[in-house]
Design a protein around this ligand. Structure first.
Ligand SMILES: [Zn+2]
Length: 402
């Protein structure tokens, strides 16, 4: 049984696995003997031994197999030896495992197949991610991904670390004066639970997007955060590299859109949509951009807001790297000080954008009905995941609304 789910009896014959509504399930009816038998499913016994114990407890033949099948279908079982060769290699490194144990337990809640969670954690090691921008947000995202087990986290930026770039979890105070990109790479490496995998001949440094599973675009320049340019992402669109925007503009934190090139809305779609809604948008952006670089003032970037944005961006990045489409696909999540309530704004694929996402799929064209867009954008991903979860749940197990 997945130890991450706390167990409790709702009544004499119904067990609840998990506490929080997002992942809790109930199982019933379960008789008392079967209930006691559940305690034995802790990964220390194989099926043969479990069969013997069941006979000793007076449970009928075949009961164990049926129960195990039922629990597996409900996504409640893990496999202490599953996950494939990469997972075996990870298990053998106990100091690395100990670092990642809470993350692994968390993944066990969002995966259904036995052994799937450790398989995904192990797979992170072979991934390459590039972070563009090593300010407060970018450096922290790089460190978070590295700490979560992503094998290769590269960082691109220019210039040298300034005192105001320093942030807990990002660039350390002793890096002030060092090259930004090198300092951020070093900081990320220091957070890694394991030594970096050996760089193969096919992963040369220097090519911007080649071979990266994901690129995080986290500019220090707040105009680039607020109005990301299609031109800056063209190479990512052309190479089909998934990318995610994140940053702080004034007192607002932004995460998204997550872009699957040619499939979900990109920076160009965002720009076209804004121009449709506000004819003054291009004029404003041109003025903001022309001011960039000329001003030497330090731009606003609240430390806690930057940390919040980095955390959410890294979480969306990991969701994708672990095989899901994050809810920032087709949306931007925004949070502003001092209220700090997150909300998502839909970003629709635009037919005038060269990325081609508007030609794909249903309902992606922008319309006047912003309210229904908002609702749809919020429901789209969750509806999909609910449906998926529903198919994995057999009769007898129910989502717990508690
Ligand atoms: Zn586009």
């Amino acid at each position: 049984m997945k130890p991450a789910l706390r167990r409790g009896w709702r009544d004499l014959n119904t067990v609840q696995f998990g506490m929080s509504p997002a992942h809790a399930l109930t199982l019933g009816p379960v008789d008392t003997a079967t209930g006691s038998f559940l305690d034995l499913l802790n990964g220390t016994r194989g099926l043969d031994l479990l069969g013997e114990e069941a006979r000793r407890m007076g449970l009928p033949d075949g009961h164990v197999d049926a129960l195990v099948r039922r629990l597996a279908r409900a996504g409640l079982l893990d496999d202490a030896r599953g996950g494939g060769p990469a997972a075996d290699a990870l298990r053998a490194r106990s100091e690395v495992m100990d670092r990642l144990r809470p993350d692994l337990a968390s993944l066990s809640l969002t995966t259904s197949e036995p052994g799937e969670a450790i398989g995904r954690v192990a797979a992170r090691r072979s991934l390459r991610v590039l972070v563009r921008g090593a300010g407060r947000v970018g450096a922290m995202v790089a460190s978070l991904l590295s700490a979560a087990g992503v094998g290769e986290v590269d960082v691109r930026d220019v210039g040298r670390v300034q005192p105001w770039d320093v942030a807990p979890g990002g660039l350390p105070p002793e890096a002030v004066g060092d090259r930004r990109d090198e300092a951020a790479r070093r900081a990320a490496r220091r957070c890694a639970p394991d030594r970096p995998p050996r760089r193969g001949p096919r992963s040369p440094r220097g090519q911007d997007s080649a071979g990266h599973s994901l690129v995080i675009v986290a500019p220090r320049d707040d105009v680039a955060v607020h109005a990301p340019s299609f031109a800056a992402a063209e190479s990512l669109i052309a190479s089909g590299t998934p990318h995610l925007y994140a940053g702080v503009v004034e007192a607002t934190g932004v995460v998204g859109p997550f872009v699957l090139p040619g499939e979900t809305a990109c920076a160009g779609c965002l720009e076209e949509g804004r121009t449709d809604r506000d004819p003054a948008w291009p004029r404003l952006v041109a003025q903001w951009r022309s001011g960039t670089g000329r001003t030497h003032e330090v731009r606003p970037c609240d430390l806690t807001l930057a940390t919040t944005v980095a955390g959410l961006a890294a979480a969306h990045a990991l969701a994708f790297l672990d095989g899901r489409i994050p809810s920032t696909a087709g949306a931007r999540w925004e949070v502003s000080l001092p209220g700090l309530s997150w909300h998502s704004r839909p970003v629709w694929a635009h037919p005038a954008c060269g990325c081609g996402a508007a030609d794909k799929g249903e309902g992606e064209h922008p319309s006047e009905d912003a309210v229904s867009h908002e609702t749809m954008a919020e429901q789209r991903p969750s509806r999909k995941s609910r449906r998926k979860a529903g198919t994995q749940r057999p009769a007898g197990t129910r989502r717990a609304h508690v």
